[in-house]
Design a protein. Structure first.
Lengths: 894, 295
């Protein structure tokens, strides 16, 4: 979650769901919380019972809307305009929390005069390089900040990159924690506050209504609810999920909410914050101990080939002089000691030279590109079903068909394992089973009930689960698979003299096993992740104990403390009715068992609670104390001011609560760490029926596209000829009854019977316009593919009026595929591969489509149908080119 | 569960026969104002009670693919889409609402199904609930039309292999909610209530639930909830009150529930008297006829 990381310092939900009961207003947007997080939603219901205003903003009236005090229907893909309007409302009406904003955010900081806003450049920020299609983000810096020598090359190579940058690792160049130029009165024209004010001044209620398709009254209702329920006595919270992230500008959606919460002073306080809802039991865990290619555990950067030649320059680039990222080396060295034990020493730079390097973008969709080019030999899929769950399913499946080998570990034979005989491409004849070279190995996996382990849930909480039954037959846990795979590889390489095999041979791989299956001990691994003193093996209790001299080992610094005192803290099970609502003795949350992070901000600059009603953590005269674990050094007084030579956390003043940030403040304006914008700006989705009424720049200029790829064609957009072939907005979503790509639920009778068929949701107006029959069939198509679905006609997805035009929206659940008790077409087959540039995520929440009554053509006729429509649309566009493509538009300035 | 709780005014038929073994009468209060339609109750019920899957048919009726209670569905979540505001007090709530209600066997105070069961399979338990004893049920089906709510239903699916053979490929017996009698015996709440994430399904001693429901009704009425009412709470209604009653946000018929259910055997006594009278007249008439002939 780079947006939260860049704004506040840590890429995790800032609050815990139980705390939502303390909210006075909850805005759920980009999330269908009641349907997809029903258990956590009980706390929203609790807040509503206590009188809170619950608002749901969504294109569809869902089960969440049904529970809300107010539902506001908007056009999919217009959220930044809506939220930017809220920012403008707050600023124009002077409703911001002055003391909070002045002390805790970077509002007073003066930005360098190299910065130019989208208001000046018609939708681009300064530093845009049209050739490279990238920004020189150094033009967005704080005034007077020291630059790295290689500043021109920084963007993605040098300096914290990718997910570490998004985790607060940015901010290098600040000395002793204070930005060089500030205006405490917020009047300087280049201070963040004034830039913010100018940036959003055109996001008026009328513009919001016209762009989003809601009414001015509905918009103002939300503004009033939020502002009236924020301040010293009251707090408001935001909840979001992939309805915000799955856009070409998704990171900036979340950033806009972060700005609102800073202006209203809702961060770090009870009933406040931004709750990032995750769709899987351990998605937070899968970035903490990452399945991502560009970071190591605890959001430490992976070294790149190009820049990180020697250890010292790598350390220098990643170590922030101030804030807790000042201890990067301690986290790094401890990780290497955890991996390699006595083999990692100061003399060999902790084996830095031998570590693998990133040589390219290796995110999932770029790997698909590489597969299609024939550059990927083997692939292991675990816990994913890309043939159904990934955007542009056809490209994904064609890619799989070019591998030499494929390993799929799952509970059942999912579509990603069976694509070679039952995929839509077999049906159309594009693939022929006997011509596919891929050797597919299906390895049955054990379920969570069949193994010990932990989940790190949506609120950073590590919860331990114990094995209930032995796995059946050949089913094995992931732990078993990777441990024994590693063991066998190490046996094969035991005598290798090759330098490339050194790291594998040096790995500590001595986990105890038990039982007939030689199952490795999950608890031993948790203990290793927690870390220990290398000399004594004594468990560590906090990441502040980590050292950079090799005396400590730790598998993930942010998890340090989960095995405090040698006890599995994640296994604690004291229910909340036996303690207070914070329930600190239920499981364990990173960091340091804090449940609300940045909670220093729940007290005023002097350390007193903002109000009795909203007290959480406060200064008692000698130390920080309260209901939660204070997110601050325990004895750093509110009046502490750093000396000139102070580094790391010592450089953070006693009234700056955001201790991971280099300046200890939350960032309204993000000077570095994000590649597409320092301030969120409304851009249209990659595919939408509209131009951008605010700027000539229609969509996010920095979005990643495959312009030349034949497998990822795009619909004509806005007023381009041919756009009328795909006139409707389409959005995908999940249902309570199924789980994501369906591998775990389409196989379960009790769930399948509750939602037994793929359907589309359309309004009565669209049904009439397109000739769709309720309960009948519809064919939905894009330039990529066509799918069929049963027709559910409902007032819950009403048309919206945008720029004077009635706009219909189509809703598609994406759970279905070729296998299971209930089968159907995959909504993701319609999707494209234009991505958010920060996190490489697809835009499946706002695209365009066409819809017709009846079932789709079968076999080869399907390909012909899709191709014919696409060629029709594209040829119309080429016959009458609208104007020069926006991406090549030249811009001057800087 | 405390045994010192007093019995509700209208005691369920047959309950007093338990004497010292009698337990406080328990039931459900299903508060639809907090139901999020997640169907966890349906799934938990099927998991616990080993109820078979009931057909993979899509209805196109909102999100309700279960349709009705039956032998294989003991909890059913109804979905009703309405063009009506949630509140009547002009608080800006949207002119659209989506009602969700988890329906279940009502465990009536006066249960017609009990009255008509010829085998004694249907019984009143010590908890005041109504269950079918599957080892006694002969599938006669008398109880099916006796239920004013259409809850009782014969199971027509492939028989579970461990059960004694019935004719044809059918189970043929009647199945319905037991209020998780086995769980109650073990001191646990029923599976649906346990699984409900928002406490829409509340389980407990009935008199406590009624108090809670009254307070809830007062609160929501005060807040201006559109159409809020209790259904089946009143011990003086046609079935003597439900053991499992509801807070609804519209009239019962909107949810497919009978507005004024009456125990179907209520008039059975009178019917027998009338029939007896008719029979007497008939016999007398016939007798007269013979007497007349003799003359």
């Amino acid at each position: 979650m780079p947006s939260l990381g860049a704004s506040f310092g840590r890429g995790g939900a800032t609050d815990f769901q139980q705390d939502l009961q303390n909210s006075d207003c909850i805005v759920i947007m980009g999330s269908n919380m009641a349907e997809n997080h029903p258990v956590g939603f009980q706390w929203v219901m609790e807040a509503r019972e206590r009188g809170a205003t619950v608002i749901h903003i969504d294109p569809r009236f869902t089960r969440t809307s049904a529970m809300a005090s107010k539902w506001v229907g908007i056009r999919a893909g217009s959220d930044i305009a809506f939220l930017g309007g809220v920012v403008n409302y707050i600023l124009q009406n002077d409703l911001w929390f002055e003391e909070y904003v002045k002390h805790y955010t970077n509002a007073p900081v003066i930005i360098a005069d190299t910065f130019a806003d989208t208001e000046d450049l018609d939708g681009l920020f300064s530093g845009w390089d049209p050739e490279k299609g990238k920004y020189d983000t150094t033009t967005w810096r704080y005034e007077g900040m020291e630059m790295h020598a290689s500043a021109g090359n920084r963007e993605e190579g040098f300096g914290p990159s990718g997910h570490q940058a998004g985790h607060g690792g940015a901010g290098g160049g600040l000395r002793h924690g204070e930005p060089p130029s500030e205006d405490p009165d917020l009047q300087h024209p280049r201070c963040v506050f004034q830039i913010l004010k100018r940036h959003y001044q055109r996001y008026t209620p009328e513009l919001v209504a016209d762009l989003c398709g809601c009414s001015v009254e509905e918009f103002l209702f939300v503004c009033e609810a939020l502002t009236q329920n924020s301040g010293r006595e009251r707090t408001s919270a935001f909840c979001y999920a992939v309805g915000w992230t799955q856009h070409t500008v998704g990171v900036q959606y979340i950033r806009t909410a972060a700005i609102i919460q800073q202006l209203l002073g809702n961060m770090g306080r009870p009933g406040g914050g931004i709750v990032a809802l995750r769709g899987h039991a351990s998605i937070q865990g899968s970035t903490d101990i990452p399945t991502l290619y560009d970071i190591l555990p605890g959001y430490l950067s992976m070294p790149h080939t190009e820049y990180y030649g020697d250890f010292e320059s790598f350390m220098q680039a990643n170590t922030s002089p101030t804030g807790f990222w000042g201890h990067f080396k301690a986290y790094w060295v401890s990780l290497m000691k955890s991996y390699f034990g006595e083999h990692a020493t100061a003399d060999n730079d902790w084996l830095f030279k031998q570590l693998p390097r990133i040589d390219d973008d290796n995110s999932v969709y770029f790997t698909v590109d590489q597969m299609l080019e024939g550059n990927v030999k083997g692939y292991i899929i675990a816990g994913e079903n890309p043939a159904v769950g990934n955007s542009n399913g056809r490209a994904n499946r064609l890619g799989l068909a070019k591998l030499d080998w494929l390993v799929v570990r799952d509970l059942v034979e999912i579509e990603s394992a069976s694509f070679w005989y039952d995929s839509p491409e077999i049906e159309t004849g594009e693939l022929e089973t006997k011509a596919i070279p891929t050797e597919v190995f299906f390895l049955p996996a054990a379920a969570h009930t069949e193994k010990d382990g932990s989940f790190t849930n949506t609120q950073r909480l590590l919860q331990w689960h114990r094995q209930a039954v032995e796995p059946r037959d050949d089913c094995r846990s992931d732990l078993w698979f990777y441990f024994h795979l590693g063991r066998r590889i190490r046996e094969k390489l035991a005598d290798s003299k090759e330098p490339r095999d050194e790291l594998v041979r040096y790995l500590r791989w001595d986990y105890p096993t038990h039982g007939q299956l030689d199952e490795p001990s999950a608890e031993a691994i948790l203990a290793e992740i927690n870390g220990s003193e290398t000399a004594t093996g004594a468990p560590l209790d906090a990441y502040t104990k980590l050292r950079d001299d090799g005396s400590t080992a730790c598998g993930c610094w942010i998890y340090c403390g989960v095995f405090k005192d040698g006890v599995n803290q994640a296994a604690r099970r004291k229910p909340h009715w036996e303690q207070d609502y914070v329930a600190a003795e239920w499981a364990w949350a990173w960091p340091a068992n804090r449940r609300t992070i940045y909670n220093r901000a729940s007290a005023d600059p002097n350390g007193d609670p903002w109000s009795e009603r909203k007290k959480l953590v406060w200064w008692d005269g000698t130390k920080w104390t309260g209901h939660d674990v204070p997110d601050f050094e325990p004895t750093k007084a509110p009046d502490y001011r750093p000396g000139k030579d102070a580094t790391a956390e010592d450089a953070i003043a006693g009234d700056h609560p955001f201790i991971m940030q280099a300046d200890g403040r939350s960032w309204l304006f993000v000077p570095q760490g994000l590649v597409d914008a320092p301030l969120p700006t409304h851009y249209e989705p990659h595919e939408s029926p509209f131009d951008n009424p605010l700027y000539a720049q229609r969509a996010n200029p920095r979005r990643q596209q495959r312009k030349k790829a034949s497998y990822d064609p795009y619909n004509p957009v806005a007023d381009e000829p041919g756009a009328e072939v795909y006139p409707y907005v389409v959005t995908t979503y999940r249902l309570t009854e199924h789980h994501t790509a369906g591998g775990m639920t389409r196989t379960i009778p009790y769930l399948s019977e509750l939602q037994p068929e793929m359907f589309c949701e359309v309004s009565p107006e669209l049904a009439a316009e397109a000739g769709l029959e309720a309960g009948g069939w519809a064919t939905i198509f894009t330039a990529r593919s066509a799918i069929e679905a049963r027709v559910l006609v409902t007032n819950r997805i009403p048309p919206v009026t945008v720029q004077g035009r009635t706009t219909h929206q189509v809703g598609l659940p994406y759970h279905w595929g070729a296998r299971g008790l209930t089968t159907g077409d995959s909504a993701n087959d319609l999707g494209h591969l234009a991505l958010d540039p920060n996190v490489h995520i697809m835009e499946s929440k706002a695209m365009t489509c066409g819809i017709r009554p009846g079932r789709r053509p079968r076999g080869k006729a399907l390909t012909e149908f899709v191709t014919e429509l696409r060629e029709q649309a594209h040829s119309r566009r080429e016959m009458a080119p609208r104007h020069e493509p926006e991406e090549t538009r030249k811009t001057s300035k800087t | 569960m405390s045994s010192t709780l007093g019995h509700p005014a209208a005691a369920p038929d047959g309950w007093d026969a338990y004497g010292d073994d009698q337990q406080p009468r328990v039931g459900f209060f299903t508060d639809t104002s907090v139901c999020i339609g997640c169907k966890a109750c349906e799934v938990a019920c099927k998991e616990w009670n080993l109820i078979p899957e009931d057909g993979l048919s899509w209805t196109g009726e909102s999100y309700d693919n279960t349709s009705a209670l039956g032998a294989n569905t003991w909890r059913h979540v109804a979905f009703i889409e309405q063009e009506k505001p949630l509140h009547t007090n002009g608080d800006g709530s949207t002119g659209l609402r989506w009602l969700m209600e988890s329906d279940v066997c009502k465990h009536c105070t006066h249960a017609a199904c009990l009255d008509v069961c010829p085998t004694g399979s249907l019984i009143r338990t010590e908890f005041g609930t109504v269950i079918v004893q599957q080892d006694i049920c002969n599938g006669c089906g008398y109880c099916v039309p006796a239920c004013p709510f259409g809850v009782l239903d014969k199971r027509h699916i492939a028989k579970p292999p461990e059960l004694p053979a019935f004719h044809g490929n059918e189970d043929g017996r009647v199945w319905k909610c037991t209020l998780c009698y086995d769980r109650l015996k073990g001191g646990h709440e029923p599976a649906c209530a346990k699984a409900c994430p928002t406490q829409s399904i509340q389980f407990g001693p009935l008199d406590e639930l009624r108090e809670r429901a009254d307070a809830r009704l007062a609160k929501l009425s005060g807040e201006g909830w559109n159409g809020v009412q209790l259904y089946g709470r009143d011990p003086d209604d046609g079935v003597g009150g439900f053991g499992a009653f509801f807070l609804l946000l519209d009239d019962p018929e909107v949810y497919g529930l009978p507005p004024d259910p009456i125990v179907t055997t209520k008039h059975l006594g009178e019917m027998w008297s009338s029939m007896a009278a008719a029979a007497t007249v008939l016999v007398a008439g016939v007798a007269c006829a013979f007497i007349g002939r003799r003359r």
